[in-house]
Design a protein around this ligand. Structure first.
Ligand code: PLP
Length: 397
């Protein structure tokens, strides 16, 4: 078939092969332990589900305004006021079908061919393709474990050219769990303002932070940074609502109107019922979130402890989100059945094939040598999965 140039430019996700294999193994009845999930393993809190059921019972099942209903926009505005000290108008908020959709619309509204977009690596897998689909060029700036997986002002400065349009910041970060302190953001903001670029701040893991970490969004530093920043956010991770598909954007009214036009010619409004549920999530009781975060922190401690105990493995301690990103490169070069494990994909394949443990190879996030583990799975699975990994590594020649 004569497919579009655009889609031919898209490289298929290297994680797909592993995920597809894990699914087919499960279908065959094998006991696969998966550390692959990008979503909380908890149920959506009962009060949120109830709000959706009520919406259905009340017949709230028709089209809504493209960019979301006013009550949801107001709940989002209140969230930004309460949590981040930011004041937005309704015209500065757009509700989309998930955080990913928000970022997609944003890229379509903001980027042109020839624009460069700086993405610190390791990065969330969807940023580069979303930037490319808008015709722009992703510029990856790799950060190291020693730098706490954070882009420094010097590295940012070096990466900026006259074509740079924006920087994508994701704190806490998928896949590393790195998070930026206020002082880190202040140093970055100085460069951003001097060079006149935009910041896309993906704050979707804002609420999943550990050890009392105080989250700051770069938009809240001062009025100038607020003007330069577009925040993308959503209810997926915080409220265990990945399937409901509600994300949102806050930024300049001009950009929000442009994004809304794109949305109006593609998806139209996000699901009416899910919008009602999202109001309850943002404005209702927040205790379920705190309980979930407490469990994530206990699991983080467990998994980091187990990974650190493996010879040759170093594991950065996440400050937020629900992933760990340990370095396994010292195990590359080992062989099994006369096959050599040479990279993160090879190791993930070996562990899945021989031990039925699914991980996401670091190469998918632009960081060869690493493996991503999601700890959105039970402590029992973490123990069992790590036992299997230790045994599998011991079998390598
Ligand atoms: N941003 C980051 C960093 C993510 O990890 C994800 C999901 O994995 C998203 C955005 C998108 O979330 P959703 O589209 O499910 O709301």
């Amino acid at each position: 078939m004569d497919l579009s140039e655009r889609v031919r430019q898209l490289s298929p996700s290297p994680t797909l092969a592993i995920t597809a294999k894990a699914i087919s193994m499960r279908v065959q009845g094998l006991d696969v332990i998966s550390f692959g999930a990008g979503e909380p393993d908890f149920d959506t809190p009962a009060h949120i589900k109830k709000a959706a059921i009520q919406a259905i019972d009340n017949g709230f099942t028709k089209y809504t305004p493209v960019g979301g209903i006013d009550k949801l926009k107001d709940a989002i505005i209140e969230k930004f006021r309460r949590d981040n000290g930011l004041q937005y108008e309704r015209s500065q908020v757009l509700v989309s079908c998930g955080g990913k959709h928000a970022i997609y619309n944003l890229a379509q509204a903001l980027f042109d061919a020839g624009d460069e977009v700086i993405i610190p690596g390791p990065f969330w897998v969807s940023y580069p393709p979303i930037v490319q689909l808008a015709g722009a060029t992703p510029v990856i700036v790799n950060t190291s474990e020693e730098e706490g997986f954070r882009i420094s002002p010097e590295r940012l400065k070096q990466a900026i050219t006259p074509r740079t349009k924006a920087l994508i910041l994701n704190s806490p970060c998928n896949p590393t769990g790195a998070a930026y302190e206020r002082s880190d953001l202040e140093a970055l903001a100085e460069i951003v303002l001097k060079k006149g670029i935009y910041v896309i701040s993906d704050d979707i893991y804002e609420k999943i932070v550990f050890d009392g970490f105080r989250f700051t969004t770069i938009a809240s530093l001062d009025r100038d940074m607020e003007d330069r920043t577009i925040i993308v956010h959503g209810v997926s991770k915080t409220y265990s609502m990945t399937g409901w598909r509600i994300g949102f954007t806050a930024g300049s009214a001009e950009l929000i109107a442009a994004m809304s036009s794109i949305q109006s010619q593609s998806t139209s409004n996000p699901t009416s019922i899910a919008q009602k549920a999202a109001i309850e999530a943002l404005a209702g009781p927040q205790e379920p979130v705190m309980e979930m975060v407490q469990v994530f922190q206990e699991r983080r401690d467990l998994i980091v402890g187990r990974l650190d105990a493996i010879e040759g493995v170093s594991c950065f301690k996440p400050r937020g989100a629900f992933y760990v990103f340990p370095n396994f490169s010292s195990w590359f070069g080992g062989t099994y059945q006369r096959k050599k494990v040479t990279d993160s994909m090879g190791l993930a394949d070996y562990l899945l094939t021989t031990s039925h443990v699914a991980l996401v190879p670091g190469v998918s996030f632009g960081a060869e040598g690493y493996e991503r583990f999601s700890f959105a799975t039970s402590a029992e699975n973490i123990e069992k999965g790590l036992d299997r990994i230790e045994e599998a590594l011991a079998r390598l020649d």
